[in-house]
Design a protein. Structure first.
Lengths: 329, 264
């Protein structure tokens, strides 16, 4: 199948998943009612459930899933390492620590500031990893080890705080740490849709630069690329994409690693195709996981972060197994 | 139009270039030779600005390289790194196409002239029939041709190659060198790091011999390759003689073990 067709199909799949996510939940809604509500048609409608709750949530899931996937695709290309993901450059752990620190130091802080604390923590952690990367020209494998070590260090602090601090103060952040879209809606969406759209557009424009950087530093320099500068721009972009998502939906680590791999297996490695494919796959994954989490044990919800790993991991392993070429360095 | 280094110092902590001065005339085929770690690859990296220059000056046709932007530099000098990378799944034509990057805009928009030069490069290097093949499925020798085609598509008058023959078997080593000699006849100036002194003497018209980050000799192969210098630079006792096939300099090492009497 031609790559263009594949991407169009992924787009359709996302639309279908979004539609389905509007139908399911504690109160099931038929497809006819969903369409009536969305397009203002005559007939029975469910304005409150669809418009107020599920629609913004579905859109939020799609946007953040796409952002995490793009972030992962950029990082894997820049570091030329298939193990890389936003998690590796310390985004998750940094965000977690940011949220926890903020809610412990400033217990009176409104929950709406938690995203900001997450973004700051994520950006600081990523900045620290990049700084080490740029200060000394370490190999990407070593950078990843540094990122892993830093992540474990942060996680240890998080665990320490969770154990030593009385329960009530950290129960809110705890849900957030598993990556959930629970009670997210228009306020969060209105906050991040514009910055994310702008970041998506910039990432798309940089497809060709990513192609060139994928050839390795020596070759890229030989082809006239300002490698250090472009790498810095792209890594900043990746950090912002991931930090923005994490700030709203919490820690959802697996999408950023998995979506680019699935996309590469489908459309190859050229970023003009890879980026849209990865973004769509990420969006589908998180939207699907969020909707599924609502119907497994209603009215309780299972976090989308948990389900992305639960659904995605076996699928991911199968893809890697069948496509062994892709995992070799 | 020559490429000149004057009093260049640069490099990593261990492998430093010290006070290197050298002049490479346009149209030449220059081979950089010397023992491992002598700074041959470092020299190429400094010219390409992969490594920062600590001291000295590098000029191309009298103009300082530091004044050229990276894209402009890439239009003058094409580079084949020692370990070039082919991403999984990339086809020959796609990879060669990236040679046009210094001539394209930021987004990589391709014009008809680009496609023409890509086709020319594929044919010049003799891989036009492989254009749709994935690079990773080619043999080592074919893969090296693909990367040389990338340099040809780059359409730069200079081609700098870091050990282009090192990981090839004998047949492909000579095929690669023959190809470089043809490109040289087409008018490309070739600068290659080579390990085999006999091959260097046979294909290059100029040698630059290095040791511990310094240039110890440069000039015609007959002048550079002498038993004394091989002893001083490589620490070997060697015979230097005219190759019976090509008439160029060839080297045979003396050994303590075998019957070397024929040459004493």
């Amino acid at each position: 199948m031609r790559p263009g067709t594949l991407i169009a199909l992924l787009g359709l799949a996302l639309a279908a998943t979004l539609c389905w996510s509007l139908m399911v939940g504690a109160v099931p809604v038929r497809i006819g009612v969903v369409l009536n509500t969305l397009f203002g048609l005559d007939g029975p409608r469910q304005d409150f459930i669809i418009t107020r709750s599920r629609l913004p949530r579905g859109l939020l899931a799609a946007l953040t899933g796409g952002a995490l996937a793009l972030s992962g695709a950029i990082i894997q290309t820049i570091l030329r390492n298939d193990l890389a993901s936003p998690k590796i450059i310390g985004i998750n752990a940094g965000a977690a620590l940011g949220v926890l620190t903020a809610s412990l130091l400033l217990p009176k802080l409104s929950a709406s500031y938690l995203p900001l604390a997450a973004a700051v923590g994520a950006a600081l952690a990523a900045g620290l990893v990049f700084l080490l990367f740029e200060l000394r020209a370490v190999s990407s494998a070593r950078l990843i080890l540094i990122g892993v070590a830093l992540g474990l260090f942060f996680e240890a602090i998080v665990d320490f705080l969770l154990i030593t601090v009385p329960g009530a103060a950290v129960s809110g952040p705890l849900i957030w740490l598993t990556g959930s879209l629970w009670e997210r809606g228009w306020p969060e969406l209105s906050l991040i849709w514009l910055p994310l759209t702008v970041l998506f557009a910039i990432t798309g424009l940089l497809s060709y630069r990513l192609d060139l950087l994928r050839l390795g530093r020596a070759q890229a320099v030989g082809l006239g690329v300002r490698v250090r500068r472009e790498r810095l721009v792209l890594l900043t972009l990746a950090t912002m994409l991931a930090a923005l998502s994490v700030s709203v939906v919490g820690v959802m680590g697996f999408v950023g690693l998995m979506a680019p791999h699935l996309a590469r297996a489908l459309v190859g490695w050229r970023h003009r195709l890879l980026l849209p494919a990865a973004g769509l796959i990420g969006a589908i994954l998180v939207t699907f996981a969020d909707a599924t989490g609502r119907i497994i044990a209603p009215p309780a919800e299972i976090s989308a972060g948990i389900l992305t790993a639960f659904i995605g991991a076996p699928f991911f392993i199968v893809i890697l197994w069948r496509n062994r070429r892709e995992v070799q360095p | 139009m020559s490429l000149s280094l004057s009093a260049v110092s640069a490099g990593y902590n261990r492998f430093r270039l010290r006070d290197v001065s050298l002049d490479i005339p346009p149209g030449s085929f220059t081979a950089l030779i010397g023992p491992n770690g002598c700074g041959k690859s470092t020299l190429l990296k400094v010219i390409l600005q992969l490594l920062r220059l600590d001291q000295g000056r590098i000029t191309l046709a009298g103009q300082s390289l530091a004044g050229l932007g990276p894209r402009q530099l890439a239009r003058e000098l094409a580079y084949l790194p020692q370990h070039p990378v082919a991403p999984a799944g990339i086809t020959v034509e796609e990879l060669v196409g990236y040679g046009r990057a210094p001539h394209q805009n930021f987004l990589g928009r391709r014009r008809s002239a680009d496609q023409r030069l890509i086709n020319h490069a594929l044919e010049r290097v003799g891989i036009a029939d492989l254009r749709k093949e994935p690079v990773e499925q080619l043999s080592g020798g074919q893969r090296q041709r693909v990367f040389i085609a990338l340099c040809v598509a780059q359409d730069a008058p200079w081609i700098l190659l870091d050990e282009p023959t090192s990981f090839l078997d004998l047949k492909h080593q000579y095929e690669t060198l023959d190809l470089l000699a043809e490109l040289n006849r087409d008018g490309k100036t070739c600068v290659a790091v080579l390990h085999d002194i006999g091959q260097a003497a046979r294909y290059a018209d100029r040698l630059v011999m290095m040791q511990s980050g310094q240039v110890v000799a440069q000039g015609r192969p007959e002048a550079v390759i002498t038993p004394e210098r091989l002893h001083a630079v490589y620490g070997v006792d060697a015979h230097v003689y005219a190759d019976p096939v090509t008439g160029t300099r060839a080297v045979s090492l003396k050994s303590n073990r075998v019957d070397d009497k024929t040459y004493t």
